[in-house]
Design a protein around this ligand. Structure first.
Ligand code: DGY
Length: 325
């Protein structure tokens, strides 16, 4: 077998590069444009590519790609047309589990920050407006005793539920909104009896907080649209650490501006790195730049899993963290 050649589209942390270098030749780029990516994957120079979620592999590119595999540096893989990859004999892998805690921590950070007006409070202080404690100063929403509605009780949704229960919240969920499928106690594990599955409509209308943990699919695109936003409580807080297009961002800007909901905490955006007009100016939008998994251990774990996938793909083996079509 000739020496495997790996292309990493943006620098990843150790142990990723070391694992790859031990198995073959590695080229690590500092980000790639769509044209550069196209040229590289169709050149026949690389066996496996390790991309970021911002690197798109659509059916057209995949039909011309001369690679064996795509080892995504992410758990989400909506940047890859997985059925088209399979049709072209290209394996796909992701990095599950190692970022569950980090992403759940980010969801809680956004939930707490948006509810307690952290962004506004911080600005207020930095602008020199703090003249002393006041009974009505920057009062936010109650968290303990409030109801958190989780959309998608998968690995990250469950990690958020555990944290929310620790904060004394009541947790309800819909597994696969807008429709649903029943979730057994076995599937819920130690959350069984502590969280309640409810229909999507009920979750939307009764939650004080809604946190999104669904994959981006045709069904979940604009799951949160104008109609849903209007049915949420006017005191509600929306949290999105999943994927931007799950929320109609223009509709959200309008709902936040018109105070139809209290606040939003967002880590992901519809057209990253762009944001909907007016979003950054809103005091009730607590915003982070897609850093959900940005804890050192998580990122190292992602690098290890992506590299292990890549090495297996280069050897013609099934990757350990395979994404099936
Ligand atoms: C993922 O892994 O899907 C994240 O969004 C990227 O860190």
């Amino acid at each position: 077998m000739s020496t495997p050649r790996f292309l990493v589209t943006r620098e990843i942390p150790e142990p990723g590069p070391s694992i790859l270098k031990e198995a073959g030749d590695v080229v690590i780029k500092d980000g790639m444009s769509a044209d550069e990516l196209r040229e590289a994957v169709t050149s026949g120079e690389y066996d496996v590519v390790l991309p970021q979620v911002s690197d798109k592999f659509d059916a057209e590119l995949l039909s011309q790609a001369k690679i064996r595999g795509i080892a995504n540096y992410a758990v989400g893989y909506n940047n890859i047309d997985v059925p088209a990859a399979a049709e072209n004999g290209i394996a796909v892998g992701n990095t599950p589990d190692v970022l569950n805690d980090a992403t759940a921590n980010t969801a809680m950070l956004l939930l707490l920050g948006a509810a307690r007006r952290a962004h506004e409070a911080s600005e207020y202080l930095r602008e020199g407006r703090f003249t002393g404690i006041g009974p009505n100063l920057l009062v936010g929403q109650d968290i303990t005793g409030a109801t958190l509605g989780i959309a998608g009780m998968g690995r990250i949704g469950k990690a958020v539920a555990q944290r929310a229960l620790g904060f004394g919240m009541k947790v309800i969920f819909t597994q696969r909104p807008p429709h649903d499928r029943p979730v057994s106690d076995d599937e819920l594990g130690d959350l069984a009896g502590r969280v309640t599955q409810v229909p999507w409509d009920e979750l939307v209308e009764t939650s004080d907080f809604i946190s999104l943990h669904v994959p981006l699919t045709e069904e979940t695109t604009h799951l949160i649209d104008r109609k849903v936003l209007r049915r949420m409580k006017s005191t509600a807080v929306l949290v999105n650490t999943a994927r931007g297009p799950v929320v109609d961002e223009n509709a959200l800007v309008r709902a936040l501006r018109d105070r139809e909901i209290f606040a939003a905490g967002l880590d992901v955006y519809e057209n990253e790195p762009e944001m909907a007009d007016g979003l950054v100016e809103l005091p009730n939008a607590f915003l982070l730049p897609h850093v959900g998994s940005a804890e050192g251990g998580s990122r190292a774990g992602m690098a290890r899993k992506a590299a292990e996938n890549a090495v297996a793909m280069a050897r013609g083996e099934t990757p350990p963290y395979e994404v099936k079509p």
